[in-house]
Design a protein around this ligand. Structure first.
Ligand code: PRP
Ligand code: URA
Length: 209
């Protein structure tokens, strides 16, 4: 059974305050998304296995720990998930990157798939799915479904802001998946936007509105 982790951390709240503010411009918004993604990654990768090595420091021989075990993949949901990729790759540069392109139908709010390209050995990797927003949960559930079809067995989802409705949908559809969310907001509005949320994450990252 997967777990739900709500990070609820002062540093993250501080950065989220900037993202929520409608006056925040594209540059600051994009930087803020990246900074929170890195903080979330730090927590979500806490249980990665390590193995012992020895190195010579300038002073003595030292036992050190390095990452071991399953290799990693990160899979942003396009477009907004792209804002989380580079800061995470800075931390785990050998991770492979897959892309899943989904857009919500404006009427039905159901996800429409327009792209899916995954690393060929993705099923052998521990996969982190990235998307700043978890609203109805339709996009996240669909993306996780594609990864399972590709044979992935170890999947973790990272969202900055989640609605309770979306958390329920993902946990019901994929009870085995760990879910890391920075904060849980109140609800969805009639347009399936998160309230209070931060608006359209993709538009704010790429300046398309
Ligand atoms: C946003 C967001 C998620 C999705 C969340 O993407 O980045 O992918 O909506 O909504 P859901 O939980 O109801 O599926 P959007 O479809 O607006 O595409 P974009 O990132 O290209 O703007
Ligand atoms: N997608 C967004 O970018 N924001 C929302 O509030 C809901 C879906």
């Amino acid at each position: 059974m997967g777990n739900l982790y709500v990070l609820d951390h002062p540093l993250i709240h501080h950065k989220l305050a900037l993202l929520r503010d409608a006056r925040t411009g594209v540059k600051e918004f994009r930087e803020g998304v990246g900074e929170i993604a890195a903080l979330m990654c730090y927590e979500a990768m806490r249980d990665l296995p390590t193995e012992e090595r020895e190195v010579e420091t300038p002073v003595a021989r030292a036992r050190v720990r390095v990452l071991a075990g399953k290799k990693l993949a990160i899979v942003p949901i396009l477009r907004a998930g792209l804002g989380m990729v580079d800061p995470i790759l800075d931390l785990v540069p050998s991770a492979k990157v897959g892309h899943i392109g989904l857009m919500r139908d404006p009427e039905t709010h159901q996800p429409i798939t327009y792209y899916c390209k995954l690393p060929p050995d993705v099923s052998q990797r521990r996969v982190f799915v990235l998307d700043p927003m978890l609203a109805t949960g339709g996009s996240a559930a669909a993306a996780i479904g594609y990864l399972k079809e590709a044979g992935c067995a170890s999947i973790t989802m990272l969202n900055l802001i989640a609605a309770p409705e979306g958390i329920e949908v993902v946990r019901k559809a994929h009870p085995d998946v760990d879910l890391y969310v920075a904060v849980v907001d109140e609800r969805l509005n009639e347009n399936a936007y998160i309230v209070p949320g931060l608006g359209d994450a993709g538009d704010r990252i790429f300046g398309t509105k």
